[in-house]
Write a protein that binds this ligand. Structure first.
Ligand code: FE2
Length: 307
């Protein structure tokens, strides 16, 4: 091969290729847990999962009156991870092994349920009394077969420890919950490679986020509207933008004439490509394992909360 050809090839491999948009998904509104309203792009009837992700719920944003805050009382999980990211409001967490914690605005809890926990996710007593603004996300990340029965693990990261970066011109800022962005690396460890970023893009700002070829990737618009992918598809508040697996970078632009900051999550992960047997709070590989999960829960093998 000539030197020129070799040089060209090197250049080619160094240039990132932007992904196109494969589809745009609207959220449905549904009641979750003790009766709080969530917006949910998936799962729904025709769209059960986005490997390795099983669910995304946006709680709020809503203004809750005193005494009206709701949560999710005691319930089990097995075989996957729940990731809670609070933007406003707070949440108390208690589980069957005696673990307890509080999530405030900006905090993240990455719970690896593994073999099983029984937990309650409720507004704090104080929030219950005062009410206030409530806004947050819960993402479910599937575990590979080899990790489904591991010991439960919690990573509770206060907002102050979530790495953040802002572009030199101040147009774009990011909170790095998982993966890497704008030179910052997440402090949270994941079982399989995951990217979870919260971008804030001012009008006229553009993001080109590196996402390796083998990751499934999507964006979810928290607020505002913007242009996504190489073909500038429009996506707005409450929509999930699915990127095709045809490049190693995702582009998001908030047009210069936009009236508001665009806020979006960028979430990506390497698909597990394993069979999914799913029933409510249990996600395993086979029906037999789901029956076993029910049996273990019923017999108290996942524990119970002592309150
Ligand atoms: Fe839960």
């Amino acid at each position: 091969m000539s030197m020129v050809k070799e040089a060209l090839r090197t250049e080619e491999t160094q240039t990132n290729k932007g992904r196109t948009v494969a589809g745009i998904v609207n959220s449905i509104e549904t009641l979750e847990g003790g009766g709080f309203l969530v917006r949910r792009p998936f799962p729904k009837a025709a769209f059960s999962d986005f490997d390795p992700f099983l669910l995304l719920d946006e709680m709020g944003p809503m203004d809750v009156a005193p005494g009206e805050a709701k949560g999710a009382p005691d319930h089990p999980h097995r075989g996957f991870e729940t990731v809670t990211y609070m933007l406003w409001g707070d949440m108390e967490h208690k589980d069957s092994s005696g673990h307890a914690g509080k999530l405030r605005s900006g905090d993240v809890q990455w719970m690896t349920a593994g073999a099983g926990v029984v937990h309650a996710e409720m507004p704090s007593g104080e929030f219950m009394r005062t009410g206030g603004r409530m806004h947050g996300f819960q993402l479910w990340v599937n575990l590979p077969q080899r990790d489904k029965m591991i010991k439960p693990r919690y990573q509770e990261i206060p907002g102050s420890r979530i790495p953040k970066a802002t572009s030199p011109d101040g147009m774009v800022s990011v909170s790095v919950i998982a993966g890497e962005a704008m030179g910052e690396k997440a402090v949270i460890e994941t079982r399989t490679p995951i990217i979870y970023l919260h971008y804030r893009i001012k009008p006229g700002g553009v993001v080109n986020q590196k996402v390796p070829h083998d990751y499934n990737a999507f964006a979810y618009v928290i607020d505002g509207a913007g242009l996504f992918g190489v073909e500038d598809e429009r996506g707005a508040d409450g929509q999930m933008i699915i990127f095709a697996p045809d490049g190693d970078e995702v582009r998001i632009e908030n047009p210069p004439d936009a009236s508001a900051t665009l806020e979006a999550l960028v979430i990506a992960g390497v698909p597990l490509n394993e069979p999914i047997a799913r029933y409510g709070p249990f996600v395993m590989n086979t029906e037999v394992e789901i029956h076993q999960a029910f049996e273990d829960y019923r017999r108290g093998r996942m524990g119970a909360i002592n309150s």
